[in-house]
Write a protein that binds this ligand. Structure first.
Ligand SMILES: Cc1cc2nc3c(=O)[nH]c(=O)nc-3n(C[C@H](O)[C@H](O)[C@H](O)COP(=O)(O)OP(=O)(O)OC[C@H]3O[C@@H](n4cnc5c(N)ncnc54)[C@H](O)[C@@H]3O)c2cc1C
Length: 387
């Protein structure tokens, strides 16, 4: 068992931090949060770090699969903001991992080199107004007409849709009663005729650019069904494949990044703020809160990295990735609320990043499969009888 951090991971962290200090400072992020818009151009600086090819094999122009490095990149970017972490995910995970796992050979040849260069981004179009955790009940309809597919319906909470090149959408492509057997995944350009985007403002994740998407007779070529012609009605098996396991790690990595930054911020603040004639870090209650936060953060990090190790070694990891997703997000929320308490009123007001850490962290247990859904998965996969 080796718990040491590989040198290339340490160097990766340092280069991401340097990039953020130049191109996404705390001041810039505060402005983007206020404006509810993070510029897509930031992706150029992210891709210049050489991190976009880490989920793409060399034969398709990438660097070869390194899930740990990919999740550390998400973690480090999310230290500044989970919205910046998401920009990278839209390329390397929503895009590359899905095309690699589920695309046809033609799609891999066409899309993976551009993804590995950081040129294109995917947004997820899974949820709908009446469809959240139960994705197999999507209503958006897709019909084949010759070599075209016509799509009608609504997608909700489609994050990054305005910046994306494609919406990776789950659609019903056959008899509605067949549930899992009649779903397909399709690539819809947000600029296609018949697509209307409506921004959804939210408490946190500001700048994530979350949208309602109306699809009115949108026409795409059959080549843009994931898996090509052979992928028609095969959406469920593609959705529930290996990319889903990694998706749980992605949200955990964002949560870890937010929590890690919150702990650093509270740690530093406690040494600059004085009350009753001494720095608050010397009050036992504050010391204990910070010790608790550091300990929980270390445990969360181990959970996440173990999940990465299993995924990197192609070992079964459905239970461990669910545990990591649930534990890191719930513990991360606990950590951030503790850190906010340490900063008193300044953890609640604009001007410090803490109030944003809290707003963003509240989202983590909801997305990527809620905590209750992860618990269901853990109990079911571990064989706990239901009756
Ligand atoms: C800011 C933001 C960004 C998002 N971005 C995207 C995106 O880019 N693409 C996308 O497709 N979606 C996105 N989502 C949607 C997100 O994935 C869903 O919110 C999530 O899947 C949960 O669905 P829901 O909120 O409709 O909750 P529901 O599924 O309606 O669940 C409501 C409550 O019931 C519980 N529950 C549901 N089913 C069960 C069950 N079987 N057992 C026990 N408890 C259960 C849940 O845990 C939850 O507490 C985003 C959401 C937000 C808020």
């Amino acid at each position: 068992m080796d718990f040491g951090e590989p040198e290339h991971i340490t160097m990766l962290r340092e280069s991401i931090r340097r990039m953020l200090e130049r191109h996404a400072t705390r001041g810039m992020m505060a402005k983007w949060d206020e404006q509810d818009k993070v510029p897509r151009s930031l992706m150029e600086h992210i891709s210049a770090l050489g991190v976009c090819g880490m989920t793409v094999p060399e034969e398709y122009g990438g660097l070869g699969r390194d899930i740990l490095a990919t999740m550390v990149t998400v973690e480090e970017l999310s230290r500044r903001s989970m919205v910046i972490g998401t920009l990278y995910l839209m390329n390397s995970c929503y895009g590359s991992m899905n095309v690699l796992a589920s695309g046809s050979e033609e799609q891999k040849q066409r899309l993976l080199p551009k993804l590995a260069n950081g040129e294109i981004l995917f947004a997820y179009g899974l949820s709908e107004p009446d469809v959240g955790s139960d994705l197999a009940s999507v209503k958006t309809r897709a019909e084949r007409r010759g070599d075209k597919v016509i799509i009608n319906g609504y997608k909700r909470w489609c994050s990054g849709a305005e910046s994306a090149d494609y919406i990776y959408a789950l659609v019903r492509s056959g008899d509605p009663d067949a549930r899992y057997k009649n779903l397909s995944l399709v690539l819809i350009p947000p600029t296609a005729k018949g697509v209307t985007l409506t921004h959804i403002p939210a408490l946190g994740a500001r700048g994530l650019n979350t949208n309602d998407v109306t699809l009115d007779n949108v026409e795409i070529p059959i080549e843009d069904v994931i898996g090509g012609e052979a992928g028609w009605n095969q959406g469920w098996s593609k959705l529930a494949g290996p990319a889903l396991e990694v998706e749980k790690l992605e949200v955990a990595a964002m949560a870890l990044g937010i929590a890690a930054q919150a702990v650093d911020d509270a740690w530093e603040y406690s040494q600059t703020r004085s009350q009753f004639g001494k720095r608050i870090c010397s009050h036992q209650s504050i010391r204990h809160m910070l010790a608790d936060a550091q300990t929980k953060l270390a445990a969360a990090r181990l959970m996440l990295y173990r999940g990465c190790w299993l995924a990197d070694n192609n070992l079964p990891c459905s239970v461990e990735t669910s545990m990591a997703k649930m534990f890191v997000c719930e513990t991360g929320l606990d950590i951030v609320l503790t850190c906010q308490k340490i900063m008193g009123a300044y953890g609640y007001a604009k001007g410090f990043d803490m109030e944003r850490h809290v707003r963003d962290m509240l989202l983590m247990p909801i997305i990527g499969g809620s905590t209750a859904i992860q618990k269901n998965n853990i109990a079911n996969r571990m064989g706990l009888p239901k009756a």
